[in-house]
Design a protein around this ligand. Structure first.
Ligand SMILES: [Zn+2]
Ligand SMILES: [Zn+2]
Length: 439
């Protein structure tokens, strides 16, 4: 049963019933829409929920975990060690975001959970490394075997394999099949009966044709141009994942002499997350030295005091109002010397989405400016598989049943048609909200 959003990218949450046992896969929230997007956990009243599995620490997979634990206090909570470390930071941070939003909207602050509650829940997290099979157990043994697979999306992200009575189920979480700059690409089980897969880039026809190296060269060229005229470049990024990948790329370009050494600013939560990458990245990928990000000189940005030329990595990635990336963008947009580089996905309904689509009229209205002068460029460095990669994955895994999720309706439709036309799976399903599927 899909409890979260079914035809958009919002709260991710699936309920899996295996005989006497019940599992939740992810406990997300749509962080932009807030409390109203908590999955309807009450629908599971009277049903068993023995375990909650978290695929990775982005809020659309994690944000309502404290609410889920309150509903199902006996459930065990499983994730990878890196996801556990990141979840703590993300969940405390999201509490602050909720408070700030309430203050700005002048409404009563009604947090989804309290800091004390969260503090207690953190003790429930049990973590397992990739490729280390474990068993859900309680008073009785469940005979449900679980394995986390590296999903290649962000630090600690996992695809979740569930084996029960000879049946194999695989949930991709968010997945990136090919390498990013830091992460090395996802690994998948060889076969599965039921596949539950994300489809984020299912409607993007451009992505499969793009060559990563071209975009790296384009970015280097763009940075050089802006630096030449003493401009600054804003890169709106998610604090978790995108910040580290782009920071690493810029560091590489600078150390290879392809881009002049200019200050790179990182702000707020991105810094905290860098520290977790520093602590754990080398344990997953031994070719990174411990404290790698500490060796990259990044300046901290205080109250928009930046030098020029420079590069600023600022959250939010979607430039939501009252964030630093929104404020800096408002300053930058009417100055031709500056640039805004978009390096990831942005919901079309957000300011970042309007900038990404270069919708001038919308940009003027949202940011309250007269003209758009600044040089906006989009680069494709995704943390999600593009649609051909998703199809390759499905072909390799060859599932009997494929359940599509985590995509807009166009993405879901395209993927369904392709999986059917290419005969990659006997049955392809786009579930409706709270619809019960039986296999
Ligand atoms: Zn994600
Ligand atoms: Zn997601």
């Amino acid at each position: 049963m899909m409890l979260g959003d079914s035809d958009r990218i919002g709260a991710s949450c699936h309920y899996l019933r295996l005989g006497e046992w019940g599992l939740l896969l992810d406990a997300g929230i749509d962080p932009h829409q807030g409390n109203s997007t908590v999955p309807p956990y009450e629908k599971l009243k009277g049903m068993p929920v023995n375990a909650i599995m978290i695929s990775h620490a982005h809020l659309d997979h994690l944000g309502s975990l404290p609410v889920a634990i309150r509903h199902f206090p006996h459930a065990r909570v499983y994730m990878t060690p890196a996801t556990a470390a990141l979840s703590e930071v993300l969940l405390f941070h999201y509490l602050k975001v909720q408070e700030r939003r309430a203050k700005l909207a002048r409404i009563q602050f009604e947090p989804l959970y309290t800091p004390e509650e969260l503090e207690n829940y953190l003790y429930l997290f049990q973590s397992f490394e990739y490729n280390f099979p474990f068993n859900i157990h309680g008073f009785q043994e469940s005979k449900i075997d679980l394995t986390f697979w590296d999903a290649g999306h962000i630090l600690g992200s996992a695809g979740i394999e569930i084996k029960w009575r000879g049946k194999h189920i695989f949930y991709t979480g968010n997945t990136k099949k090919s390498k990013q700059f830091i992460l090395k690409g996802a690994k998948y089980p060889r076969r599965t009966h039921i596949l539950i897969t994300e489809t984020t880039y299912g409607s993007n026809e451009l992505a499969p044709q793009l060559r990563k190296q071209n975009d790296i060269n384009r970015l280097a060229e763009y940075v050089i141009q802006k630096i030449k005229y003493n401009g600054a470049i804003l890169i709106p990024v998610f604090a978790l994942g995108r910040t580290q990948e782009i920071m690493y790329l810029l560091h590489r370009l600078i150390s290879q002499g392809k881009v002049p050494a200019v200050p790179i600013y990182v702000i707020g939560m991105g810094i905290k997350i860098n520290k977790i990458y520093d602590r754990l990245l080398h344990k997953i990928y031994p070719d990174f030295q411990p404290k790698f990000f500490k060796t990259i000189t990044a300046d901290t940005l205080f109250r928009k005091q930046y030098r020029k030329p420079s590069i600023i990595l600022a959250t939010s990635g979607m430039m939501l109002p009252n964030t630093l990336s929104y404020e800096i963008a408002s300053d930058f947009l009417s100055d031709a010397r500056n640039g805004i580089a978009i390096v990831g996905w942005a919901d079309p309904e957000t300011p970042g989405g309007s900038v990404r689509n270069m919708n001038t009229e919308k940009i003027k209205a949202i940011f309250g400016i007269e003209t758009v002068q600044c040089d906006i460029k989009v680069f494709y460095f995704s943390a999600h598989s593009h649609r051909e990669e998703l199809l390759e994955m499905i072909e390799d895994i060859h599932p009997h049943n494929t359940v599509l999720c985590h995509g807009d309706s166009e993405a879901l439709r395209w993927m369904k048609a392709q999986v059917e036309n290419r005969q990659l799976s006997s049955r392809v399903i786009i579930p409706k909200p709270a619809e019960i599927l039986t296999f």
